[in-house]
Design a protein around this ligand. Sequence first.
Ligand code: UT7
Length: 325
Amino acid sequence: MGVAIRGTGSALPEKILTNFDLEKMVDTSDEWIRQRTGMSERHIGQKETVPSLASAACRRALEKAGKKAEEVELIIVATCTTEMLLPCAACRVQNILGAKDAIAFDINAACGGFLFALNTAHHYIESGACNNALVVGSEVLSEIIDWTDRGTCVLFGDGSGAVYVEKTEEGDGSGIIGMSQGSNGMAGKMLYCRGRVVKGETEPEINSEDLLVHMNGGEVFKFAVRQVPICIRKALDMAGLQPEDIDMYLLHQANSRIIESIAKTLKQDIKKFPMNMEKTGNTSSASIPILLDELNREGKIQKGQKLMLSGFGAGMTFGACALIW
Ligand code: UT7
């Protein structure tokens, strides 16, 4: 028995913020942002919330899989930006979808969250606790970004990506074949946010600057280029594969230079590393499932191909998943 992805979906807010818009907000330039990050524009939530984007992505994933919300047994939302502490985003998604029989909960492993959620769903299904799951990454990062800090505000975007996974039958040939994940809380200060102010509810006595993302970009960069290849190799080992056996590497869309460096470390052609951060920015836990959905809808993934998904984020956290499509 295995676990395979049967449907993908994604949702992006309507509003687009370009590098040229950012030039008017902070001391930056389109050229700097494109050269240093690979990004040109990103989507920014207005009325959209973590659960509204997540449920839109889930509906599309269910549609693609030919499933109904009532059939869903587990919903895991990976997020670090949900605007309500209680109830969790996954329960709100359950309510929006009408997935009345699902177990629903959130996971916060920041940008690494989708891999943590996928791994958890994999274990639930493998253990027999349930037969299927919606695994979602959903973020409205724009609400916790310091829009006066050029070192962070040019990087992030909002959005959601979802996959519908289910138990496979004997001899199916598709599914997850290797997973690896880890955390390094000792490096937590590289990227943190103490709390958040909910839109329209800023109290004058709150030091709102402290309730925003703080990041040592250079340290995060070094962490990612060192840790992600190690994590990928562990997932490859578990799957009994070599880097060259993988047809496509779908990595967290944090920075094109990080991905280029990882490709070089793994001695793999950069053509195997599709990227979409040019149009989406870094959407944290949503970036990998958004990219996966884009490729899937464009017919760029063939049955039987081997994929490697891998991400990293605040915590620090990191994860990888090898699968056969
Ligand atoms: O999901 C995980 C989240 N985070 C990440 O993945 C972040 C990983 N890190 C990065 O992507 C890169 O470190 C950044 C894109 C954040 C920064 O790029 P960098 O090449 O590491 O630049 P830097 O921080 O070393 O800064 C180089 C220069 C500095 O100026 P000086 O001191 O050399 O005069 C910065 O002040 O670039 C300046 N700079 C900018 N200039 C124009 C920093 N941000 C900007 C900006 N526009 N937006």
